[in-house]
Every structure is written in structure tokens, then in C-alpha cells.
Write a protein that binds this ligand. Structure first.
Ligand code: NZQ
Ligand code: ZN
Length: 390
């Protein structure tokens, strides 16, 4: 077990009856808030009305930035930062899924910096300590952005999708009402669920030689939760227990509880971010296509025991097999989950993606080096994995 520091100060209000505490959390920072949201789903499902009514009651002056795109653009974050600078905004209120929250984080960092463009901060790769405070109302169980210190921002002019990180952009408070995700379409439910699942296997579970038994069991519990409840939420979007389990799993997967003592990786995420940078696809779907191929590619005598354990603990594969045979069954079970249970198209070609940019994407995913993990991957390996996904 490696040494670790555990420190996650995001205050989470989880459940149906906390919206009346929203204004109190905002007023800790001031009376001028920038409300950031996406393409309008919050107007259709009543969340916008609930949030703005709560702010009005408390005398909070709301400014608005709407239209945040899935895979949020740096140009949109720049618009938000300009509003903050011009209007002296005290706090940012992000209402939506990971894209909206990430855009809010980009705004928060740029608003207090001399930079006019969030992309300068992203490219500088500096840890962001200073930013406007962010409060989140979550509507999609997926990315963990509600309680983590990362934002993923896209620049469509350069085909780049890169992370901005820092303790300064960790949300101060997150309101997680599972009912707010009832209106999520089936496809987004499937994609978000797989994103949660992949955060666990990609970041820590299969990242290296993890031997911290308690944490491995926690990680498996989060993955089992996704496997159990995603199909229930897909069948009945208003199933509270299903939405609640997925929402808390989303937060737990990336709020650093599951990091403790582990080795870190991120192979599938590095490969997927190139796909959404070039083709603007939905993040969780890209991960679902890549993950079983990545496991197949890295499978050998050394990696088989960890992959087999995943199969046994998460998918109920029988114990007592030879590790390689067991690991193959684990990969089959994972593929079945992605492409049958979650009903996601299994191939990149189904999403109109061909091999044109694979070389450039692979080289960029490796950042001039290798992607470390259960098995290190160079640019040639990554290109092979993309080809397996066609
Ligand atoms: O645009 P709106 O109206 O908000 O609609 C969204 C969008 O069309 C819709 N939606 C969200 N909640 C809804 C809803 N529709 C109806 N009812 C609701 N309750 O769903 C669509 C997708 O929303 P989006 O925010 O893009 O989804 P998600 O939460 O999956 O976020 C994806 C983004 O987060 C990044 C991804 O790369 C991607 O850019 N990630 C962020 C991470 C982080 N900050 O730590 C880590 C992740 O690995 C990931 O990379
Ligand atoms: Zn993810």
C-alpha cells in the first residue's frame, strides 16, 4: 500500500430535500452568481425553475451562461469568464452534467487569472490553486466532476481535449438529487454508467500491482453497483434507488476515496479523449468501445490474474479456472455488459469513424512517451487498439 493524503472538502447534499440549502451555500461567497448550464434540458425538467426560485428568494443576483456543449469548448468557458470579470461575479453555480461543471471550472480559473483564454491555462498545465468558488447542482451520474478537481475542455480548432486540474476548482458544495436525473435519456444513462465503471478499472483497479485489499473491495463494490443498477435506470428512468445508486457511485468513483494507497493509470481515458477530441463523440460510449479491446490487447500471463479477478468479483465469472481462460471470460462478460446490457454500438465504424487520424491520435494520447498501467502502451500499441475498435 502506498502512502496517501485524503482530503476532499466538497460538501455533498445528497437526496430529495436539500434544494432549500442552495442559497445558503451560495451566500457564503456573495450575492452575485453566474448560473452555467447546457442546451436547455434543465428548462424542460423543472430544475431551472427550482434553482432560480431558490436564488430569487434569497436575493441572489443571477447572471447566465447557457449553451454549454457536451465536450465543452474553451470558447464557451471564455465567454463565461468575461461575464465574471465584467460583472464582478462572486460564485459560479453549475447546473448540469460533467460538461457544464467542467466549463464552470474553466470559467472559475480564468475569471481570477490575467489570462483572457482558458486554453492558456490548460496548455500551461499548471495546478490551479486560485479560482472563483463553484457550487454544483448535478443532473447526470457519470463523470465525478461534482466532487473532483478536474475539468476536461475541448478545443475544436486544434482537435485537442485536455484536462485542467487543481484544488482551486474543486466544487465547494454539490447538490445531488437523484430525481434530477430522472429525465436523462436512456443513451446518456448508459454512457454515464459506463464512464463511472471505467473510472474505477482505468484509474486504479487495473492500473498496476494494487494489493490494498480493502480498497480493491471498495472498487469492486462501486463497479458491481453500476452493473446492477444501470439496466434498471435504463428500463425505468424514474427508479429512485437506481438513480441514487448511480449518482453516489459517480461521486465515489473519482472523489479520491478509491485512490487511497493505489497506483494510478488512465489508459482508456487517454485513448478516449482523442476520440472525442477528433470526432465529438460521447465520452462514455467511446470508453465502452475501447475498454474490452484494451483488455484483450494487454492480456497475457502477467495481466491475466487481475483481469480474471475483475470477472469473478464484478461479473460472477466462476472461480477455479486457469487465469488466462478466466480473464477471457471476464472480457466476454464486460463486452456483454457494454454492448448488450447497455446497448451501446460496439464499433467505431458504427459511429462513422475510420482510421484516418489513428496515428496522430495515438501519438498524442501517449504524449511523446508511454501510457503507464497494467501494461505500458506506446503509440504503436495504441494505434493497434484503435484498429481493434473499428
Ligand atoms: O446540455 P444539457 O441540456 O445539459 O443536456 C445534456 C447533454 O445533452 C444531457 N443531460 C444531462 N442531464 C440531463 C440531461 N438531459 C436530460 N435530463 C437530465 N437530467 O445529457 C447530455 C450529456 O451531458 P454531459 O454533461 O455532456 O454528460 P456527462 O456528464 O457525461 O459529461 C461528459 C463530459 O465530462 C468529461 C467528458 O470527457 C465530457 O467532456 N469528463 C469529465 C471528468 C472530470 N471533470 O473529472 C472526468 C471524466 O472522465 C470525463 O472525461
Ligand atoms: Zn470518464
Amino acid at each position: 500500500m502506498n502512502d496517501f493524503i485524503f482530503d476532499n472538502p466538497t460538501k455533498v447534499y445528497f437526496g430529495k430535500n436539500h434544494i432549500s440549502s442552495l442559497s445558503g451555500e451560495l451566500l457564503k461567497f456573495g450575492k452575485k452568481a453566474l448560473l452555467v448550464y447546457g442546451g436547455g434540458s434543465i428548462k424542460k425538467n423543472g430544475i431551472y425553475a427550482a434553482v432560480t426560485a431558490e436564488c430569487e428568494k434569497a436575493g441572489i443576483e443571477l447572471f447566465e451562461l447557457s449553451g454549454v456543449e457536451p465536450n465543452p469548448r474553451h470558447t464557451t468557458a471564455n465567454k463565461g469568464a468575461q461575464i465574471c470579470k465584467k460583472e464582478n461575479i462572486d460564485v459560479i453555480l453549475a447546473v448540469g452534467g460533467g460538461s457544464t461543471i467542467d466549463c464552470a471550472k474553466g470559467i472559475a480559473a480564468t475569471a481570477v487569472s490575467d489570462a483572457q483564454d482558458v486554453w492558456q491555462l490548460v496548455k500551461a498545465g499548471k495546478w490551479v490553486e486560485n479560482a472563483l468558488p463553484i457550487v454544483v447542482v448535478l443532473t447526470n451520474a457519470a463523470t465525478g466532476s461534482e466532487a473532483d478537481c478536474w475539468a476536461v475542455i475541448s478545443n475544436t480548432a486544434t482537435n485537442e481535449k485536455l484536462a485542467l486540474g487543481g484544488s482551486g476548482i474543486l466544487p465547494k458544495a454539490a447538490f445531488e438529487n437523484p430525481e434530477y436525473s430522472f429525465s436523462l435519456p436512456v443513451y446518456q444513462t448508459a454512457c454515464g454508467s459506463f464512464d463511472i465503471f471505467n473510472h474505477v478499472i482505468d484509474n486504479y483497479y487495473l492500473a498496476g500491482d494494487a494489493e490494498f485489499d480493502m480498497i480493491l473491495e471498495f472498487q469492486e463494490a462501486v463497479m458491481r453497483t453500476v452493473v446492477k443498477w444501470a439496466p434498471v435506470a435504463m428500463k425505468n428512468g424514474s427508479d429512485y434507488e437506481a438513480r441514487a445508486n448511480l449518482m453516489w457511485a459517480s461521486t465515489m468513483a473519482l472523489n479520491t476515496v478509491l485512490d487511497a494507497g493505489t497506483v494510478h493509470g488512465c489508459a482508456c481515458h487517454a485513448m478516449e479523449h482523442e476520440l472525442s477530441a477528433y470526432y465529438d463523440i460521447t465520452h462514455g460510449h467511446g470508453l465502452a468501445i475501447i475498454t474490452p479491446r484494451w483488455l484483450t490487447y494487454i492480456l497475457d500471463d502477467k495481466t491475466a490474474p487481475a483481469i480474471y479477478r475483475l470477472g469473478v468479483k464484478v461479473f460472477g465469472v466462476e472461480e477455479g479456472l486457469q487465469p488466462l481462460a478466466g480473464a477471457k471470460k471476464a472480457i466476454d462478460a464486460l463486452s456483454d455488459f457494454c454492448f448488450n446490457t447497455l446497448a451501446l454500438e460496439p464499433k467505431l465504424s458504427n459511429l462513422n469513424i475510420d482510421s484516418t487520424h489513428f496515428k496522430a491520435m495515438a501519438s498524442h494520447a501517449c504524449g511523446g512517451s508511454v501510457i503507464t498501467g497494467l501494461k505500458n502502451l506506446g503509440a504503436n500499441d495504441v494505434e493497434q487498439i484503435y484498429k481493434m475498435c473499428l
